[in-house]
Write a protein that binds this ligand. Structure first.
Ligand code: ADP
Ligand code: MG
Length: 817
């Protein structure tokens, strides 16, 4: 059992604007516990004249300042927890802080760069690395991903996500068994056998979460996400199984609404936006107070799920994320205060071992049989009749599988029947003798110098000599046949791979999203057609299409929509990220391709060197036989040289292979990031498109009068444009009115170019939700409520509307400059 208080760490986020001096300082004396001092500027400290500078000091296990990178965070915070999970203890890491302070960045990672990947992907990499190294146990990993929003649990990995929105899915509910253990109903567990599978699950869950989020329900700041790695391990032959869970938790934003009207007082009593965070605090307070018998875990779903992580069987770590800018100081102070309380909580982690009942039954059955047999032997119950043919065959099979079983602890179980025991020994002897004869016939590649010595002690007799020569000839023939077979197989495999490559290309093509995926995709295919890397890279193609399929992205769009999408994409901030990542991907692909080629070269070189060494052996043996000469005792210089070349080539191969593996993970990650960015773009486009459709309706002449346009359209040019816009056919003329233009910030043209905010900001949402009743009819869940393939006539109307307005705005901007 490990008794430990919850570990608390602080991480300071780099400021958006230039650093404001003197707000905080970190004291990291090696001998002392590190502390963070937050200095409240005079003007903030009190509403009244106050000459005192207020300062607050908080102690943490460690404080990571702005420049700490993701690797440092992982190494210092997550790695030790992952280590204990591998040993069989439960672990939890949770990030707590106000919205925008870097919780998601720390737990999951940034959306742009590979180096920004956060604790979850790094932990997965680390765990899989460790599992590969440890062959003494058998491990199984399962993943679950739970989102808690408004006290309701949602399974982010529910396979039905494809068809439904979050609300339509069955809610995850809590069940408690008589031992007060918590079980989650409707939360699916997905087995992950490789790092790629686990990462795909993470990205799938994140994408599902993104799609479910609408501007009205900013779930990401108000919901908690719990990514759980369930790890079981078992030693071969043992009936004991260890289960450990690692929760990686991204909590909702901790911001509070300060009580109003108390003379601008900060740090006074405050109210949580988020009720379940309030209950979390209550649990923490109860736990940190001595002699409290009742801990209110049951008050909220989150505290119930994390019950073991708080004051229970778990090694828990908290990361307080801080955005130490002047306007966030009060929130940062309350985050630190929360952390100080958390640090008082003591947990007791125990190894979660249990006996697997099935394995136990098997073991007991075996024991009973053994005892029965022993009893039969002792009581002298002898059997004399001969064994049947079938029984003999069965025994021989048992012997064969016993010999093939690699497990050193495996046993040949025939029971206490001496007839059977004798037959097994008999059969073993026969096998051994057969092998001896066969073994003597073989010209081994690695004839040891000792045996060579012996062979050459006495001159070979004429008959033996002839025999050996025949065998040699026979071997040569066999080798030739084998080489031909190998060549044929290789050719077949290459053809199959080529076909598979073509299939995948076709598959991708039919699944491709409306984005031009760019050349990396093409390179991917070329790369995967190289036989040696085909297996490694094949998963990439499947993954991407899986994500698209899961997220409901489709390619059929009307032409009008496609064009509008291009306009939207061009002006969207994320397209820069996508383009950048595409460039990096391209580089990585060509690097991987070059590496793949070098690896293939090294491999064939290794093959040649091995072949040469073998040839030398055969030659030497043949020489020894035909010339009746002793094989030289001195090591063969030429062979030494070949061997050292071989070693060198193997080293080179290994280094390159390791690099290729790392590259593969990076490429995979980058592609997932890009896919996610694309899904986001698509989703935001749908929102925007829906708004444009509504604008078009709202701006029809039946609803509005021309007067609305006056504050917006001032120049004669734009009036001209406007009349063009109005004279546009189909709806008999459109109008640009207050509501439609309200979201156009003309002065902000450089920032957003001429499009409305691609994803309505809370600000714009507020405006639109109070503008017209019609606006309320904008679908709240664009992805599911708007058909992706609209009426192409309407689509082209909307496109014309967008274009016309764009051109007006452009002119206006030029005029105002
Ligand atoms: P939260 O999840 O707490 O609301 P995010 O993790 O979404 O906050 O962070 C808000 C923004 O700040 C994101 O754009 C993120 O990339 C950025 N960010 C957060 N922490 C860091 C950091 N340590 N270094 C660089 N950027 C960061
Ligand atoms: Mg977040």
């Amino acid at each position: 059992m490990v008794k430990q208080t919850i570990q608390i760490f602080a991480r300071v986020k780099p400021p958006v604007r230039k650093h404001q001096q003197g707000i905080y300082s970190i004291d990291e004396d090696e001998k002392l516990i590190p502390s963070l001092e937050i200095i409240l500027p005079r003007d903030l400290a009190d509403g009244f004249v106050n000459n005192k500078r207020e300062s607050y000091k908080f102690k943490f296990q460690r404080i990571f300042d702005q420049d700490a990178n993701q690797e440092t965070i992982f190494e210092n915070i997550a790695k030790p927890v992952a280590g204990s999970v591998l040993e069989g203890y439960n672990g939890t890491i949770f990030a707590y802080g106000q919205t925008g302070s870097g919780k998601t960045f720390t737990i999951t990672g940034g959306a742009e760069r590979y180096s920004d990947r956060g604790i979850i992907p790094r932990t997965l990499t680390y765990i899989f690395e460790q599992l590969q190294k440890d062959s003494s146990k058998m491990y199984t990993m399962h993943i679950s991903y739970l989102e808690i929003y408004n006290e309701c649990g949602y399974d982010l990995l529910d396979p039905r996500h494809e068809a439904s929105s979050l609300e339509d899915l069955p809610k995850v509910t809590i069940l408690e068994d008589p031992d007060q253990n918590i079980h989650l109903k409707n939360l699916t567990l997905h087995q992950a056998t490789t790092e790629e599978e686990a990462l795909n699950l993470l990205f799938l869950g994140d994408t599902n979460r993104m799609i479910a989020e609408t501007p009205m329900n900013q779930a990401s700041t108000r919901s908690h996400c719990i990514f759980t790695i369930h790890l079981s391990s078992k030693e071969p032959g043992s009936a004991t199984v260890r289960h450990a869970k690692l929760h990686l938790v991204d909590l909702a934003g901790s911001e509070r609404v300060a009580k109003t009207g108390v003379g601008g007082h900060l740090l006074t009593e405050a109210k949580y936006i988020n009720l379940s965070l309030h209950y979390l605090e209550q649990v923490i307070i109860a736990l940190s107070e001595k002699h409290r018998s009742h801990i209110p875990y049951r008050n909220s779903m989150m505290t119930s799920v994390l019950r073991d992580s708080l004051g229970g069987n778990c090694m828990t770590t908290m990361i307080a994320t801080l955005s130490l800018e002047k306007r966030n100081l009060d929130e940062s102070i309350s985050t630190c205060r929360f952390a100080q309380r958390v640090a008082l909580i003591k947990n007791e982690a125990v190894l979660n071992e249990e006996i697997d009942p099935r394995l136990m039954i098997k073991r007991l059955q075996k024991e009973i049989q053994e005892l029965k047999d022993e009893l039969a032997m002792v009581t002298g119950e002898q059997r004399t009749e001969a064994l049947t043919e079938a029984e003999l065959l069965q025994l021989e099979k048992l012997v064969t599988s016993f010999l093939e079983d690699q497990d050193p602890e495996s046993r040949l179980e025939v029971g206490a029947d001496m007839r059977k025991v004798h037959h097994c020994f008999h059969h073993l002897k026969k096998l051994l003798n057969d092998k001896k004869i066969f073994g003597n016939n073989t010209v081994s590649n690695t004839v040891s110098s000792e045996s060579k010595d012996q062979d050459c002690q006495e001159p070979l007799k004429e008959e033996e000599y002839r025999k050996l020569r025949d065998i040699l000839k026979q071997r040569d023939n066999e080798i030739n046949i084998l080489v031909n077979m190998l060549k044929k197989e290789k050719k077949k495999a290459q053809e199959a791979l080529h076909l598979a490559g073509m299939d995948r290309r076709e598959f991708r093509h039919s699944q491709s999203p409306p984005f031009p995926l760019g050349s990396p995709e093409g390179q991917r295919m070329r790369l995967s057609s190289a036989p040696s890397q085909a297996q490694d890279f094949s998963i990439l193609g499947n993954r991407s299409s899986l994500l698209h399929k899961k997220t409901g992205m489709r390619e059929e769009m009307s032409l009008g929509r496609q064009e509008a999408f291009e306009i939207f994409k061009r002006d969207h901030a994320d397209s820069v990220t996508i383009d950048d990542n595409k460039q990096i991907l391209k580089q990585r692909f060509s690097e991987a391709k070059a590496l793949g080629e070098s690896i293939n070269e090294a491999r064939s070189k290794i093959g040649h060197l091995k072949e040469e060494i073998t040839q030398r052996h055969i030659q030497q043996v043949a020489l020894g036989i035909s010339g009746n000469m002793a094989v030289p005792l001195m090591p063969d210089q030429q062979e030494e040289k070949l061997r050292s070349q071989l070693e060198e080539e193997k080293r080179r191969y290994k280094t390159m292979f390791t690099r290729l593996k790392a590259l593969k993970v990076e490429i995979e990650h980058l592609q997932l990031l890009m896919d996610k960015a694309k899904v986001k773009l698509q989703k935001e486009f749908e929102v925007w498109w829906a708004e444009e459709a509504t604008n078009l309706q709202v701006n029809s002449p039946a609803v509005n009068s021309l007067d609305h346009t006056k504050p917006f359209l001032q120049t004669s040019d734009s009036q001209h444009e406007q009349s063009q816009l109005f004279s546009n056919k189909s709806s008999g003329g459109w109008e640009v009115q207050g509501q439609g233009t309200g979201r156009f910030d003309v002065c902000d043209v450089n920032a957003r170019k001429i499009l409305p905010s691609p994803c309505p900001s809370p600000h714009s949402q507020k405006q639109s939700s109070t503008s017209t009743p019609l606006e309320d009819s904008i679908p709240k869940r664009p992805m599911s409520s708007i058909p992706l393939t609209g009426d192409s006539q309407t689509d082209s109307d909307i496109l014309a509307f967008i274009k016309a307005r764009q051109s007006i705005l452009q002119k206006q901007c030029l005029g105002s400059n």
